[in-house]
Write a protein that binds this ligand. Structure first.
Ligand SMILES: NC(=O)c1ccc[n+]([C@@H]2O[C@H](COP(=O)([O-])OP(=O)(O)OC[C@H]3O[C@@H](n4cnc5c(N)ncnc54)[C@H](OP(=O)(O)O)[C@@H]3O)[C@@H](O)[C@H]2O)c1
Length: 330
């Protein structure tokens, strides 16, 4: 059986205009797959990289890596989900910008009743990312309450969740953001300090805040514009955790720089290594659901767009107009 659904598809890489609302066919799930009907889909910066081709995928392509809805059918071998379950995911391959899709079941988890579909669509990819960064992407010796970390784009989707989660862990998160209003938002969400990196020298401010010592970790999703100066914010043996390229990819650099700046460590991390198995995905999702259900981490759904207005959603995200999470409603 196949049905026609609406989905946002691209046939070439490019600007927001390459996205069109198309009718696509959705069939029955095969072994290890499910069919899910979306109630909400998440908007993420990775969708921009996939739209432009910075992260290339075969074309034509339905975009979107995050969603929540009702499981309609399960394929052979899927035991953790049943038709009728409320479910949510952050998952490869893309395809979430749609009314319904067939997808691998591995990264789909049951959604607790207390979490609404739109909240789930605004928190799975970003919240699992905040989880693996703050709990698994750590400097030598780990992080302890009171330690300083620097988190760029602290008022964004991943950023606001990370601010709250860091506060929950007792960390002193120094956030950066592109306006005074965004800095205030980061502070309201748990950042101990916030720096407007459009008007202030963030390296000097980090040194001032930490009494000249620097931070143990920098979580940097800005890439090209911040990478080098972020290294100057680190303590000796500190960890540079690069996890995105909102301003463009980090250019190649001389590895000797890491010695000169204090035997630094660098990683380029991605969520998809962390959620490679169903067990790991479930364990991380359980932690995320726990902090959301306890109220320690709240999901700020600041932008909602009908699926048909996806081009505007991408323009707003790329123009740095959004804060917190954005969802697309099919
Ligand atoms: N590796 C992973 O596992 C992983 C997973 C999830 C997300 N990410 C990365 O984490 C970052 C945040 O993702 P998100 O979806 O939550 O997005 P977001 O933070 O809501 O939006 C990106 C933010 O980056 C800042 N930015 C700085 N320079 C920019 C530029 N030249 N163009 C556009 N934005 C710029 C803007 O905030 P200001 O105005 O405050 O500067 C903007 O709001 C992205 O880089 C994403 O790729 C990585």
């Amino acid at each position: 059986m196949t049905t026609n659904v609406k989905a946002v598809r691209i046939e070439a890489f490019g600007g927001p205009e390459v996205m069109t609302l198309a009718q696509v066919q959705v069939g029955e799930p095969g072994p290890g797959e499910i069919r899910i009907r979306h109630h909400a889909c998440g908007l993420n910066f990775i969708d921009v990289y996939q739209r432009t081709g910075l992260y290339p995928n075969p074309l034509p392509l339905v975009l979107g890596m995050e969603g929540a809805g009702i499981v309609e059918a399960v394929g052979e071998g899927v035991t953790h989900l049943r038709a009728g379950d409320r479910a949510a995911y952050a998952s490869n391959p893309p395809g979430a910008y749609s009314e319904a899709r067939v997808m691998p079941a591995k990264c789909v988890v049951k959604l607790p009743d207390g979490i609404a579909f739109d909240t789930a669509a605004g928190m799975m990819l970003k919240g699992l990312t905040a989880q693996y960064l703050l709990k698994r992407t750590l400097p030598q010796g780990g992080l302890r309450p009171g330690d300083h970390v620097l988190f760029h784009a602290a008022a964004g989707g991943v950023g606001l969740l990370a601010c709250q989660w860091a506060r929950h862990l007792g960390l002193q998160l120094i956030g950066t953001a592109g306006s005074d209003e965004k800095c205030a938002l980061a502070r309201e969400h748990g950042a101990a300090h916030a720096i407007n990196y459009r008007t202030e020298d963030f390296v000097a401010r980090v040194k001032e805040i930490t009494g000249g010592r620097g931070v143990k970790v920098v979580y940097d999703s800005i890439g090209k514009d911040t990478f080098e100066r972020s290294l100057d914010c680190l303590q000796p043996f500190g960890l540079m955790a690069s996890f995105g390229n909102a301003s463009g990819p980090v250019p190649p650099f001389a590895i000797g720089t890491l010695a000169a700046k204090g035997s630094l460590y660098v990683t380029r991390a991605t969520l998809f290594t962390h959620i490679a198995t169903r067990e790991a995905t479930q364990a991380m999702a359980d932690e995320l659901f726990a902090v959301v259900q306890s109220g320690a981490v709240k999901v700020r759904l600041a932008q909602r767009y009908p699926l048909a207005e996806v081009a505007q959603a991408h323009r707003d995200l790329e123009a740095r107009k959004t804060t917190g999470s954005s969802v697309l409603l099919p």
